[in-house]
Design a protein around this ligand. Sequence first.
Ligand SMILES: [Zn+2]
Length: 486
Amino acid sequence: MKFSRAFLFASAVAGELLTQDKAEADIKTDELQRVLWNLNKIARDNGGTRAFGTPGYKASVDFILERVQTRFAKQLDTFVQPFNWTYDETLKISVTGPAGENVFVISPQYNPSTPLPGGITASLINTPVNDETGSMCLPEQWEGIDATGKLALIKRGTCAVSDKLKLAKAHGALGVILYNQAPGTDYATPTLGAENIGLLIPVGIIPLEVGTAWIARLAAGEDVKVNLLVDAVSEQRESWNIISETKEGDPNKVVMVGAHLDSVQEGPGINDDGSGTAAILEIAGSIKKYRGFPHKIRFGWWGAEENGLVGSYYYTEHLTPAEADKIKYYFNYDMIASPFPKYEISSYENSGVGPSLLEEYIESKGKTVEYAEFDGRSDYAGFVDLGIPVAGLFTGDGAPWDPCYHQACDDIDNINWEGFTINAKAAARALARVANDLSGVPPRLTTTPNLRGRAKMTQNFKQWEKRSEGASHTHMCSHGSKLNVF
Ligand SMILES: [Zn+2]
C-alpha cells in the first residue's frame, strides 16, 4: 500500500520502523520461558490454579499489568475492563454405598448442592441403557418411570449430562448417580452449563464398575440405599479483561491480538493458555520499540475464558457497531505450545490474509500446517459473531498433543519450546504485517448468521445474573471453554 508507506517514512524520524523481520527477531525462547516461569509460580503460590474467581487469576492480572501498564506506559494505553460472573466450585462431593463404603466420584461444573450437612440418602432406581441414542436422554425413554424420592442410576454418554438431569428431575428424582461409559477412574469432568443454574438436581459421576455392581444388586431385588453429598459454592465474583493498545497508529484502524489469561481450576494452565498470554506479552514488548506503523495495535488478555468465553464475549458485546468497525483484524492464540504439537490454523470464511501469513512462516520452519474451521471453542467466537476477520493458531488439546490438558500437570514442563517459539514468531510477523498493511484483509461481515448466537449470549448473561442472585445458597466447579457437556 503506497499510502501507508508514505506515512511510514514520514514518521520514521520518531523511532525505528516496525518490520516483520524485526518483530520476529524480538521473540526469544528464553523470554517466553521467563513469562511462563512466572505464571507457573503464580499458580504454585495460589493453590495450583489461575482460574476465574481465584487469587491466582488476580495475581496473573497484576503480572501483566506490571508490564503493560507500568513498564510499557510510554508506548501503550492500558485499561482494565471489569465484569461479574458466577464463580462455582464443588468444595466437597461424596458418594457412600450401601455398606458405608466411599465410592470414587467426580463433580461436574455447576453441580448444585445437596441438602447439608447430610446430603441425600435414598434408594437407587435403575434406568434403561441405550448406547445408540444415549441413556435417558429423551423424554420417551422416561415414560412409565417414577423416580420420586429416589436417586436415579443412569449411564453416562451421548447427550449432555444436564439433559439427563432435567428429565430425572421431571420424573421426581432427588439426585442422579451417573456411571461412566468406560472402565476406570480416569474420566473427564463435564460441565452442566451456566445456563442451567437453578434448574437441575445434584449428580455424582462414579466408575462404570461400581454402577454395574449396583445394577446387579438391584436386578436381584435388593434395595440399594446410597448417600450423595455435594457441597458447592456459587456466587458472583468480579473478574477482568486487560486491554492494552499502542499510542501509535490510527484509532480508526485497529488490529487486535488476544489470548486468555485464566486457567481451569484443576491446574496452572501453562500451555492453556499461558502460551498465548506469554506470546502476546512478548509481542507487546517488541512492538513498543517501534514507531510509524499506520494501524493501532490492541492486545487483549481475556478473563473467564474457561467458564464459557465470558471475558471476550463481554468485550465484544459491549462494542458499539462503530467500535466494531474499527477493529480490522483479530488474531487469537489459545494453546500454542502443546508438548506434541500440531500446527493448526483456525479460520472462517472471512479470515482473508491472516491464515496465509501464519502458514508462510510456520512452513518455512519445516512444519506442516493443518487447517480447521472455527468451532466456537475459544475467544475468537465473539469476534467471528461480529463478522470481524479472524485467524488463530492451536497446537491441540488432549492426547496425543497435550495429555495434560485441563489438568494439574499443565505446568512449565508441559511445553514444546521449539513449537512455541515458532508460533510466537509467526504471530509477531503476522501482526506486524497487518499493523503496516491491511491488504488482503476483507471488510467486516455485517450480516452474519452468527449474530443470532450473539443475541443468545446477551440473553444468557442476563439470565445467569438473575438466577445466581436468587440462588445464593446453591453452591456450585469451573471448567472450560472447551466445554465438555457429556
Ligand atoms: Zn484455552
